[in-house]
Design a protein around this ligand. Structure first.
Ligand code: KG4
Ligand code: ZN
Length: 345
């Protein structure tokens, strides 16, 4: 690990974040989560997100510069996409301004690649490894063959897992983001049998699908509210339902991971590790359940600490460092790419 110093900037969705990374040690980090801005809407509103990034990022960067010098940095990394175009542009303009004024090289980062490489910051994980990425906007299984080298095994055919959790939580009257709310409620709940379908049960692919489960869950909530003649479900019923949602989701994800592990055993026999990343990966129940499955298959299990599963500037700085280390050329001529597949890297 070298002593290189990288600045990372993340603005692709509803987190504004900057970080300074020396080797794999975080020297400075700041993060603003736009929960308050989006709470009344039950999801991220793109133009509100862009406005919040525009308001927060310059102040955040100024505060950082008051505390740490950027004169000796080796490079700047900024998220180019995929994500919401307004926020991406705010981050890119700031990063380009800093790169030009400080005369430093700039790397444009694929947001999902940053999630994918993040576990390598704190643990010794060699390529190739199997990646399970579960976030608010994406859901995929991929073999990570190297920096910029991905073999996608499957992805969601409709909703992402985080999106599904957010919509179900909203129907339960919980605040955005829904994933943490459902996790908390599920702690006191007992799984109810046969009330929700297990997505893609028996399917042998590595794809995901959550929209059917989302619809079934919302219908169940409507029926229960009607039967209690109430706007809200009774607390224990809510807790049991949340435990059930997590249970069926995990059963589905587990079969996807098992399908991927069987494929990997034949095609990438040298693959030793499974990495989970993305916002949903901060859920303690999902982490424990999947770890048990993966270890049963004799693979090593890695997941970043919960605060580095959700969006953050540290993972962007780390992805910049990874690019620099393997010789990817920097460029000032990068632009926002709201839609950008990992395979296109
Ligand atoms: O990776 P991320 O921060 O942003 C995207 O790139 O999408 O993921 C955000 C998603 C949200 O849908 C949120 O509800 C979910 O991650 N999430 C969780 C938890 N914390 C965040 N889902 C389940 N359990 C959690 N503890
Ligand atoms: Zn993300």
């Amino acid at each position: 690990m070298t002593n290189s110093l990288f600045l990372g900037i993340e603005t692709s969705c509803d987190e504004t974040s900057v970080a300074l990374l020396r080797g794999n040690v975080v020297e400075y980090e700041a993060l603003y989560s736009q929960v308050v801005e989006h709470q009344d809407f039950g999801g991220v509103v793109p133009n509100i997100a862009a406005g919040a990034h525009l308001r927060v990022l310059p102040i955040m960067v100024q505060k950082m510069r008051d505390q740490v010098s950027l004169q000796n940095i080796d490079g700047i990394a900024v998220t180019c996409g995929p994500g919401l175009v307004g926020g991406l542009l705010v981050g890119l303009m700031m990063a380009k301004g800093l790169a030009i004024s400080l005369k430093k090289p700039l790397w444009g980062i694929h947001h999902l690649e940053a999630h994918a490489l993040m576990p390598r910051m704190t643990e010794d994980i060699s390529f190739p490894y199997l990646l399970l990425l579960l976030s608010g906007g994406h859901c995929l299984l991929s073999v990570v063959k190297g920096v910029g080298k991905y073999h996608i095994l499957g992805h969601t055919k409709d909703d992402a897992m985080g999106e599904c959790l957010d919509k179900i939580a909203r129907e339960l009257g919980e605040e955005y983001p829904g994933g943490p709310a459902i996790e908390k409620l599920a702690h006191n709940g007992q799984v109810m049998k046969n009330i929700l379908p297990i997505p893609l049960r028996g399917d042998k692919t590595c794809d995901f699908s959550f929209s059917g489960l989302k619809t079934a869950a919302i219908q169940w909530i409507h029926r229960e509210k009607a039967s209690h003649a109430a706007q809200e479900l009774p607390p224990q019923c809510k807790a049991d339902f949340c435990a059930t949602v997590q249970d069926v989701m995990m059963k589905s994800v587990m079969t996807r991971v098992e399908n991927a592990l069987s494929y990997v055993a034949h095609v990438y026999p040298q693959c030793e590790s499974v990495v989970m990343s993305g916002g949903v990966a901060s859920n303690a129940y999902f982490r424990k359940t999947l770890q048990d499955t993966v270890e049963r298959y004799g693979k090593k299990w890695h997941v970043p600490p919960p605060q580095y599963c959700t969006d953050n500037g540290v993972m962007i700085a780390w992805a910049g460092y990874e690019q620099w280390r393997c010789g990817v050329a920097p460029s000032l001529h990068i632009s926002a790419r709201p839609v950008w597949s990992l395979e296109a890297l």
